[in-house]
Design a protein around this ligand. Structure first.
Ligand SMILES: [Cu+2]
Length: 108
């Protein structure tokens, strides 16, 4: 997919072969879990979700306000989180999969 490739190039300037992942804005979906389960970002940050599993998952807001719909293996999905607050999400395919994005202010 051209769009996915372009997004990947724009949002993942570092090789995906991690090891060193400072201030990650990427959530991996691996072994039926969101990793990290809780991610803290600054308001306006864009979070990339990557499905590392070989089965489909979704990234869906608990309040239903947004939904990635089905993500296949290696598929990326991105969303910007503009508003400060805590956003709970889950996978509709596996209701036991839960994750949280904490959108906080940059102030310490
Ligand atoms: Cu799932």
């Amino acid at each position: 997919m051209l769009l996915a490739a372009a997004l990947g190039a724009a949002l993942l300037p570092v090789p995906v072969t991690a090891g060193t992942a400072p201030a990650t804005t990427t959530v991996h979906i691996k072994d039926d879990a969101f990793v990290p389960k809780t991610l803290t970002v600054k308001p306006g940050a864009t979070v990339t979700f990557v499905n590392d599993d070989d089965d489909a998952h979704t990234v869906t807001a608990d309040d239903g306000s947004w939904d990635s719909e089905g993500l296949n293996q290696r598929q990326l999905w991105t969303r910007a989180f503009a508003k400060a607050g805590t956003v709970a999400y889950h996978c509709t395919v596996h209701p036991f999969m839960h994750g949280t994005i904490v959108v906080g202010s940059a102030a310490k």
